[in-house]
Design a binder for this molecule. Structure first.
Ligand SMILES: [Zn+2]
Length: 526
């Protein structure tokens, strides 16, 4: 691997969330002093050359005389970013005999950005990089000490976090650090501990809202919460991740990769263990929502993957921004194509939106506080485009619970509320299991009711004849679109799954239709 005036070292690039192993070779050739980097390097690699040269000097080493040529393979890969600084510096030093590796040292890869004075800086995506290096059989990696937390999640790789180039040189030569790295970690522990807090505490009195959110969580149904300011929309939405079943090990790894690439990895280290909850406001831009940038990076939709994306004040969001949600809602992915680079990010989130029912917000309040006329209400709600509005399986109208009423609710102590939350969580978990079993009989990967795509939904969802006649009748009377009709069947299926009923009954349809009942003056165009 190493010969006089030549050295090869492995590192890792990122494409989307995944790492791709890159080989860096450095040769020192006779000739005028020059430092060349070949291969399709971008701007960042040219800058990297200057940083590497400065870091080497500031760390007390010599930059080799003669023509120093570095090349990257495969050359076609995007080698964006600064993560190659450290391996490049190590290869330059090794090819000029300033690092000598001890005999018997196993193959070692490196990544990390260098500052001009020789410090090793954090880079995004350590988790994805380490996983792909491990896949290639590389079990020893040197990288920024700031990435140690993420590295803890990858077992059977010896990760040595360093803060300076000098330290990296020591590790690369085969001298191990005295501090031993935390041993192989962790299967995600049983996630949110309901004993610790009372998730329903903030939303007592909103029984209808809790029921609707339970159904949404049980079948992954997009839900729109409508109600006056202060009625508890945000509290309701934030409870959903707590009642969803815990992340599986694979899901936890998948979510962790996303957070690693975006630089949001948990500070405590290890994997992300709870379902994400992303709360975005109406000022959100398209780029922030779906991701973007010269080097495509994930947006809120991807950060909410396997968890909840909560869009507050959805009527105030630019229509163009809302339209961008159509792709992820339909496919569970976001494809970003930029001038040179494409990236596909996962974006399978439970969509929860909230809005005021009218401009002043008090339309649904019983005391006649609303001062908006019908035309104003229609104008307000039409800001959510018809097709998007139609995408909400559940539309819930909420009214405010006054404090007196909240106090008088029987059993409003936190023990019973915690018990209620536990029971709800259990019901949802069981409903997921039923759906998974049904889908596996048909070989479907997407098992949750909102995501199931089959040519024969009536049969798949097991609607009894009586219930089907009843559903058709409701659809006629309410002039439901075809999409709304099937969305009503899906919700009825989820309600039946929560109660472990094999067939959808009329009563399930009746409850489902309740969430389809639009406000009288909203006429979604399809
Ligand atoms: Zn109003």
């Amino acid at each position: 691997m190493s010969a006089k005036n030549y050295h090869r070292i492995s590192s890792c690039a990122l494409t989307g969330l995944e790492g791709v192993v890159v080989e860096i070779e450095v040769s020192i050739l006779p000739g005028l002093p020059r430092f060349e980097v070949t291969g399709r390097g971008d701007h960042a690699i040219r800058e990297s050359r200057d940083r590497v040269r400065a870091a080497i000097r500031h760390s007390g080493y010599n930059f080799p005389k003669g023509r120093v040529v570095a090349s990257y393979a495969p050359a076609s890969l995007p080698k964006q970013g600064s993560a190659f600084d450290l391996p490049l510096a190590l290869a330059v030093l090794a090819s000029s005999d300033q690092v000598v590796r001890m005999a018997g040292t196993s193959e070692t890869a490196a990544f990390g950005e260098l500052s001009l004075d020789g410090h090793v800086r954090y880079v995004h995506g350590a988790l994805g990089r380490l996983l792909s290096l491990r896949e290639k059989g590389i079990r020893h990696v040197i990288g920024p000490s700031a990435c140690e937390g993420e590295a803890n999640a990858v077992d059977s790789v010896r990760y040595e976090g360093v803060s300076t180039l000098k330290e990296a040189v020591l590790r690369y030569s085969g001298v191990s650090s005295s501090k031993s790295r935390a041993a192989a970690l962790p299967a995600p522990e049983a996630v949110q501990d309901l004993e610790a807090a009372d998730p329903f505490g903030m939303i007592r009195g909103q029984e209808e809202g809790i029921r609707a959110c339970t159904i949404a969580a049980a079948g992954w149904h997009p839900i729109l919460l409508m109600g006056a300011p202060g009625c508890g929309k945000t509290s309701l939405a934030s409870v959903i991740p707590e009642i969803l079943p815990p992340l599986t090990v694979e899901e936890s790894l998948e979510v962790s990769k996303i957070y690693s690439v975006s630089g949001h990895a948990p500070r405590s280290g290890g994997l992300v263990k709870s379902r994400p909850f992303r709360h975005t406001h109406h000022t959100v831009t398209c780029g922030a929502l779906i991701g973007g940038g010269l080097i495509p990076s994930p947006g809120e939709c991807t950060l909410a993957h396997r968890g909840v994306l909560f869009l507050d004040e959805v009527t105030e969001i630019q229509p163009r921004v809302l339209d961008a949600l159509r792709e992820p809602l339909e496919t569970g992915h976001i494809h970003l194509s930029r001038a040179e680079r494409n990236a596909t990010f996962p974006a399978d989130f439970l969509f929860v939106a909230a809005c005021n029912p009218c401009r002043c917000g008090y339309l649904l309040e019983p005391k006649g506080q609303c001062r908006c006329d019908d035309a104003a209400v229609r104008r307000h709600l039409s800001r959510i485009s018809g097709p998007l509005f139609d995408r909400f399986d559940l539309v819930v109208s909420l009214t405010r619970v006054d404090t007196q009423e909240m106090i008088s609710i029987p059993d409003a102590d936190s023990t019973s509320s915690i018990r209620h939350a536990k029971l709800t969580k259990e019901l949802i978990s069981n409903a997921w299991a039923v759906q998974q079993e049904r889908a596996s009989r048909r070989g479907l990967a997407n098992f949750l009711n909102a995501k199931v795509r089959v040519p024969d939904p009536e049969r798949y969802f097991a609607v009894s004849d009586k219930a089907m006649t009843f559903a058709a009748d409701i659809a006629d009377r309410n002039q439901l679109s075809v999409r709304s009709f099937f969305s009503m069947l899906r919700i009825a299926r989820t309600i039946a799954d929560l109660e472990q009923h094999e067939f959808i009954r009329e009563i399930d349809i009746a409850e489902a239709s309740h969430y389809k009942a639009r406000l009288p003056f909203v006429t979604p165009q399809s």
